[in-house]
Design a protein. Structure first.
Length: 171
């Protein structure tokens, strides 16, 4: 966060270029063609603010509406798209494997909470499942040295700054 603030204070700006892995980008585009841009904004907001819960980050994206969606009828574009992403991740999509859209789970979903409570969502409770995922996840910071991000680097005369997306359940 400090590095991003320093870069911005010195007049630098951040523009999303691409995901590191093309397969991940293609998986995101399969879910929604604008998802790479939406997630890049959410990740940048996470690293440059005190926000970490996905509900807060999605609310910030909605308020700022950087993709200029028509919001005169209060469509929840960002929330909807992030819920679809979280659902696909929870049910089988991985960043390094081609995603076909087929879920590993087809009948229901069990979630074991930290206190031992078990939540059961049937396929008919998809909306509740998506709400649970959005309301109970946050972004987290992985090891910058292990994952190689958080440093300015130069490539072909251009400066770049890689960020990392890591999602965890809240406690």
């Amino acid at each position: 966060m400090d590095r991003i603030v320093q870069i911005k204070n010195k007049g630098g700006q951040f523009n999303f270029i691409k995901t590191e892995q093309q397969i991940f980008s293609n998986n995101l585009i399969l879910i929604d063609s604008l998802l790479p841009n939406i997630l890049s904004k959410i990740v940048l907001d996470f690293y440059s603010s005190a926000l970490s819960h996905l509900t807060d980050l999605v609310d910030k994206s909605t308020d700022e509406n950087s993709l200029k969606f028509n919001t005169e009828n209060q469509h929840k574009y960002y929330e909807y798209k992030i819920k679809r992403f979280l659902t696909d991740v929870a049910l089988g999509m991985m960043s390094s494997k081609v995603w076909t859209g087929k879920y590993d789970a087809t009948g229901g979903y069990l979630i074991v909470k930290e206190n031992g409570d078990i939540l059961c969502y049937h396929i008919y409770n998809r909306n509740e499942f998506e709400d649970y995922l959005l309301n109970n996840t946050k972004l987290d910071t992985a090891s910058s040295t292990r994952h190689g991000f958080g440093e300015i680097y130069k490539e072909n005369g251009e400066l770049y700054f890689k960020l990392n997306l890591q999602i965890r359940f809240t406690k």
